[in-house]
Structures are given as C-alpha cells and as structure tokens.
Design a protein around this ligand. Structure first.
Ligand SMILES: *[C@@H]1O[C@H](CO)[C@@H](O)[C@H](O)[C@H]1NC(C)=O
Ligand SMILES: *[C@@H]1O[C@H](CO)[C@@H](O)[C@H](O)[C@H]1NC(C)=O
Ligand SMILES: *[C@@H]1O[C@H](CO)[C@@H](O)[C@H](O)[C@H]1NC(C)=O
Ligand SMILES: *[C@@H]1O[C@H](CO)[C@@H](O)[C@H](O)[C@H]1NC(C)=O
Ligand SMILES: *[C@@H]1O[C@H](CO)[C@@H](O)[C@H](O)[C@H]1NC(C)=O
Ligand SMILES: *[C@@H]1O[C@H](CO)[C@@H](O)[C@H](O)[C@H]1NC(C)=O
Ligand SMILES: *[C@@H]1O[C@H](CO)[C@@H](O)[C@H](O)[C@H]1NC(C)=O
Length: 390
C-alpha cells in the first residue's frame, strides 16, 4: 500500500479542477432498469434467522464471502499500519477483543460468531465494524408521490479518500467493499421482520426497511466533536453512547411504528453525530434527523403545506451550505425538482442517483425502497471515467 504522496494530491486537485471545467452533468434519464457501465451487478439475497443463537446467524453469509472479507480486513489493517508506527494494530489485536464483551447483546455474540466462522481475529472484526461507523459519505432521500406512496433511496459512498489506485483510477477500499455487499432478509418464525442492504461481516445497519411500516438509512455527520472523539472515549472506557449502526439495527428489528422509530433515533445517546433518514407508511411521514452525540438539533419533515414533497440529505446540515468541494446536494435537488412529484418512482429516483457527482467514484451501491410494497432493490455501482473521485 502506497501512502499519499504529492503525486496523489496533484491528481486529486486535477480532478477537482476538471469537475469545475466540465460543469455538472445533466440529469440522467432512462437508466432504469439498471444496465450499462454504471451498473456493476445485482446484490445477492441471504436469509438471517433471528431465532438462531446470535453466533450462528451469519454463518452462511460469511462462508460465501470469506475470502473477500479477509482481503478487506487486510486492506484496512495495512492502512492502519501507517498510523502511530503500527501501534494502532497492536491496540486492535490486544484491546478490541476485550471490548467486544462490553458491547450490547446480540452484537457481541454475532461478532464472535463471525470471527469464529471466518478465522479472522475478533479484534479485527471489531475494527471492521467500527470502520463502517465512520467512513461512509452518502446521499439519502425520502419522497412522496401524489398518491401518498413513500419512496426512500440512497447512494452509499464509501472509502473516504484512502488508497487512490492510480492505475485503475479507483479507490482501493471502495472496490474491495463492492463484493461484500449483500441483501439480507431477517426472519423470525420464518416471516420477514426487516430487510437490509449490508456488508458481510458488519452487524449494524446502514440501509433497511420494515415492509409496510418504515424505511431507514444513516449518513455520516462530520463534526469536530465527532466520531473519533466518541470512539476513543469508548475504547478507553466511557461507554454510555450507543453505536449508530446498532441503534439503526435495533429500530429496524424492534420499532413498532414510524413515531416509535423517530423517538428512538432522536433520544438515544450516540457514540458519534449522525443523520438518520426515516420514512414511514403514511402521507407526510418522512424526515431527516440531525443528531449530535447527545441531542437532536433538528427534525426536518415532509410538509405538504410548504410544498416539501421530498427531503434530501448528503453529509451537511440541511440549513447550512454544503462544503463547496463536495456539493452533491445541489445537483441531486436540481434533478429531483426537474423530475417533479408527478413523476416520482423507483425508476426516476434511480436516474437522480445515477447523475454525477451524486454518482461518483466512491459510490458503492444504490438502494431503492418503497414501503407499501416492501420493495428493497440494491445495485452495485461503477463510475467509469470521466467521473469525479467523490
Ligand atoms: C440482475 O437482475 C435482473 C432481474 O432479476 C436480471 O434481469 C439481470 O440480468 C441481472 N443482471 C446481472 C448483471 O446479473
Ligand atoms: C487494477 O485492476 C486490475 C483488474 O481489476 C487488477 O488486477 C489490478 O491489481 C488493479 N491495480 C491495482 C494497482 O490495484
Ligand atoms: C421454518 O420453515 C422450515 C422449513 O420450511 C421448517 O422446518 C421450520 O420448522 C419453520 N420454523 C418455524 C419457527 O416455523
Ligand atoms: C429486539 O427485541 C428482542 C426481544 O426483546 C431482543 O431479543 C433483541 O435483542 C432485540 N434486538 C436488538 C437488535 O436489540
Ligand atoms: C403503518 O404502520 C403502522 C405501525 O406499524 C401499522 O399499524 C399500520 O397498519 C401501517 N399502515 C399501513 C397502511 O400499512
Ligand atoms: C428545488 O426546489 C426547492 C423547492 O422549490 C427549492 O427550495 C430549491 O432551491 C430547488 N433546488 C434546486 C437546486 O433547484
Ligand atoms: C417520467 O419518468 C420516466 C422514467 O424515468 C421518463 O421516461 C419520463 O420521460 C418522465 N416523464 C416526464 C413527464 O418527465
């Protein structure tokens, strides 16, 4: 693994420059059903049986994805070696396994089961799980059509600018993650409780649906009091905050309604700031919850009276301007506005999420959900050149 050099930085600036020169892409149309160079493949479905002991739930998924998981964990470790002269990895192998026992049930047992099946040390599985809590940037939206149908969709962008592959012009971590994307149908008594698009080896949730009831995605919120502080505090013993991906999992598994989910997502103390994007099953039920670790700054809801038929979140507070070098919000909103409420569908939302730079080189998958039919469709994405690196 090469470390970032002047050359990499030069390439990155060249890309930024080319983004301005080329300007923004026109809103895409006719991209659905997914095909062509930006569609890299379907996501395979697995069933996870919640009636099994937690340590046995992920066996099939891990067996199928083990070599990809080992490659990913090794890549993360190689990158972590660059920090503190490898001391970070010692910490991972020595300290993180002890920490697993302090995690809430069933997550601790599930991680132990994953480590046992994969043969990967428990500390490294824990590191892998922490990684997803902190290194994702995303675009999520909830929209309502004229019939009160609620759609929820997202692009998951992963990699956070680590390991630019000069030869292939891709992000190493992003590419290594793509084969780990799985769809999971979580069942109790042989009946679906919820479904999610997930990474093999990760026990939290970033994208999920309780058919007929609610849809949920999580986006990273960068903040100075952010994830890093919370995670360090947590490693060193102050463990009152909940992991974000555990909370979303708990909501998807056990929430009784949109209102219940909203309350849990707003009131639970967290390890790091986050955005929760929640959709319900009735008109007006869709919101973006902006969280600090302790409290909720804002809940931004659909509102017919204000003509707000969709809410859209990237990684910046909606009442502030996005960072100029990372404005995926304006192009996504431009395309939503062009689509209009009259023509909103899985198909037209896929078009919005296929427009650069909403689609970029970090984009790992696109998920489309429609709560009333219980639909969850996910597609692995690619962004061949010319394409912005984020
Ligand atoms: C993806 O799934 C769709 C629908 O099941 C199928 O028509 C298509 O051929 C699949 N594409 C790939 C690349 O596997
Ligand atoms: C570029 O992609 C090719 C084919 O996927 C792969 O074999 C090669 O290792 C990649 N290059 C680097 C530097 O990772
Ligand atoms: C679930 O279905 C399988 C096979 O269809 C059956 O053997 C099993 O008893 C069922 N389990 C429950 C809890 O209903
Ligand atoms: C959901 O509730 C059940 C029953 O109370 C519990 O066993 C399970 O651990 C809960 N799930 C999560 C993720 O907290
Ligand atoms: C919406 O969700 C609530 C709470 O789960 C449920 O009681 C209700 O039947 C659902 N409504 C529809 C139209 O499915
Ligand atoms: C989209 O429409 C909304 C509501 O009319 C408006 O506030 C926003 O500025 C528009 N954004 C773009 C990028 O066109
Ligand atoms: C509505 O969306 C479909 C699919 O994205 C597109 O083919 C059609 O042209 C759109 N119609 C209008 C009026 O925008």
């Amino acid at each position: 693994m090469k470390s970032t050099s002047v050359h990499d930085i030069f390439i990155i600036f060249l890309f930024i420059f080319s983004q301005f020169v080329r300007g923004l892409e026109d809103c895409r149309s006719g991209m659905y059903p997914p095909k062509g160079p930006t569609f890299k493949g379907n996501v395979t479905w697995y069933t996870v049986n919640l009636d099994l002991p937690p340590s046995e739930r992920w066996t099939q998924v891990i067996k199928d994805k083990n070599s990809e998981l080992i490659t990913m964990v090794q890549t993360i470790k190689d990158m972590a070696k660059g920090f503190f002269h490898g001391k970070l990895i010692d910490l991972v192998d020595e300290e993180l396994p002890l920490i697993v026992d302090t995690l809430p049930h069933p997550f601790n047992e599930e991680m132990k089961g994953i480590a046992a099946v994969s043969g990967i040390p428990l500390g490294e599985i824990t590191l892998f799980n922490i990684f997803y809590e902190v290194f994702t940037v995303c675009t999520s939206l909830v929209a309502e059509d004229f019939n009160g149908k609620i759609y929820h969709a997202r692009n998951l962008d992963f990699g956070l600018f680590m390991g630019w592959d000069r030869q292939n012009k891709t992000w190493t971590l992003t590419e290594k993650l793509k084969p780990l994307v799985v769809n999971v149908n979580f069942q109790r008594n042989n009946k679906t409780v919820f479904k999610s698009t997930n990474f093999a080896g990760y026990v939290g949730m970033l994208t999920g649906i309780r058919p007929g009831e609610l849809t949920l995605t999580m986006n990273e919120r960068f903040n100075f009091d952010g994830g890093y502080v919370g995670i360090l505090e947590w490693i060193f013993g102050q463990r009152d905050g909940m992991w974000m991906g555990f909370l979303t999992r708990k909501v998807l598994e056990n929430a009784t309604s949109y209102e219940d989910a909203k309350a849990q997502l707003s009131l639970t103390k967290l390890l790091a700031p986050a955005y929760f994007i929640l959709g319900g099953n009735r008109t007006g039920q869709g919101c973006v919850i902006t969280r600090t670790r302790i409290n909720t700054l804002d809940i931004w809801e659909l509102d017919k009276n204000l003509g707000r038929w969709y809410v859209l979140e990237t990684n910046y507070d909606h009442w502030e301007k996005p960072m100029i070098l990372d404005d995926r919000r304006t192009p996504a909103m431009k395309c939503m506005n062009q689509t209009t409420q009259a023509n909103i569908s899985l198909s037209s939302i896929y078009d919005v999420l296929s427009t650069k730079p909403v689609l970029n080189k970090l984009t790992t998958y696109t998920s489309l959900m429609e709560v009333s039919t219980g639909t969850l469709e996910s597609y692995i994405r690619d962004c061949p050149n010319p394409c912005t690196p984020w």
